[in-house]
Design a protein around this ligand. Structure first.
Ligand SMILES: [Zn+2]
Length: 317
């Protein structure tokens, strides 16, 4: 065990919220791995994990997800795993049951990524919120209390590479056509912009959003994309930061059949920003688990004088 990690890898850290742990590990890794010129970021999502019961153990969505994590772990260049939301299947009307499911999902993730690994090889993990991660408990709509208690903020900006690369975790809400309403979405975009302005001018961004914008091919799935009002607001934001956003990962649409999810589903003309769709970490219809090929995306970067360049994207399956 190297001495630098031992001070942060301890039991009390691993009891903290998942995104807090991820951020701490990222900070720690950055302090000691500044010379890494090649690195990768992995995007996984839509695990829709359900509570394990004895008869559901085999091929459960949670087990499939853990198998995928095992495949990611063998790549030493992976510096972070981003989960794009819908971690759990959830219960729309039972906050307690959803809470248990999320706890089980988080316990499985920590076991796979943080236990019995050498401290220097821990892969930081952070999560975005998906529509299934909210709960309606009868008193409140759109409750993200479970997520906030166990994971972290609804939307966030997280440093991946010090002074060069951050990820924006954009919240896209819980309704079938996007956020709760345009005003709350505008408010969120505003707060993201404030966070961007605070960053060093040289920092570039990846952006993760659970529900895709209504652009290009994605428009065919209008029930599962941000509505046009929200998409317009998002495009305004994209155009404004076109020189700083490298790529977008989005999820949520399960039935999109593409030969190769490593190809962008859309390239935003201003700034040539590629949008990738991955939602193959899981599948909400549990009867189909055995037929789904679980996969995630690995974005490979090269650092060129402190500027991260996206070299290529590959599937891990
Ligand atoms: Zn979803």
């Amino acid at each position: 065990m190297s001495s630098h990690s031992s001070n942060i890898v301890n039991a009390s850290l691993f009891k903290k919220k998942v995104n807090y742990i991820g951020k701490k590990l990222l900070e720690n890794n950055n302090d000691y791995n500044m010379n890494n010129n090649f690195f990768s970021i992995v995007f996984i999502s839509d695990t829709h994990s359900e509570q394990l019961t004895e008869n559901k153990r085999k091929n459960s969505s949670l087990e499939q997800y853990c198998m995928l994590l095992k495949k990611v772990k063998v790549h030493p260049e992976v510096c972070c795993i981003i989960h794009g939301g819908d971690a759990i299947q959830g219960f729309t009307n039972n906050s307690k049951k959803s809470n248990l499911q999320l706890k089980q999902f988080i316990a499985a993730t920590k076991l796979e990524l943080y236990e019995q690994m050498e401290p220097t090889k821990l892969i930081p993990f952070v999560m975005n919120i998906g529509n299934h991660d909210y709960c309606y408990d009868g008193k409140r709509d759109h409750s993200s209390d479970n997520f906030n208690d166990l994971v972290g903020e609804n939307s966030d900006l997280i440093m991946l590479k010090k002074n060069s690369l951050d990820i924006i975790l954009l919240e896209t809400g819980d309704t079938h056509n996007g956020f709760v309403n345009i005003n709350s979405f505008k408010k969120e975009i505003n707060s993201v912009e404030k966070k961007i302005k605070k960053e060093h001018k040289k920092v570039l961004f990846l952006l993760d959003m659970h529900i895709p914008p209504q652009l290009g091919e994605l428009s065919k799935y209008s029930n599962h994309t941000l509505n046009s009002q929200l998409t317009n607001e998002f495009v305004r934001f994209l155009n404004k930061y076109q020189n700083r956003i490298i790529a977008i990962s989005t999820h949520h649409i399960h039935n999109f059949r593409s030969e190769d999810s490593a190809l962008p589903i859309y390239i935003h003309p201003q700034g040539n920003i590629p949008i990738y769709l991955t939602s193959n970490g899981g599948q909400k219809d549990s009867s189909k688990h055995s037929k789904i090929q679980y996969k995630c995306l690995k974005m490979n970067f090269e650092m060129n004088e402190n500027t991260p360049i996206l070299k290529d994207v590959a599937e891990i399956k």
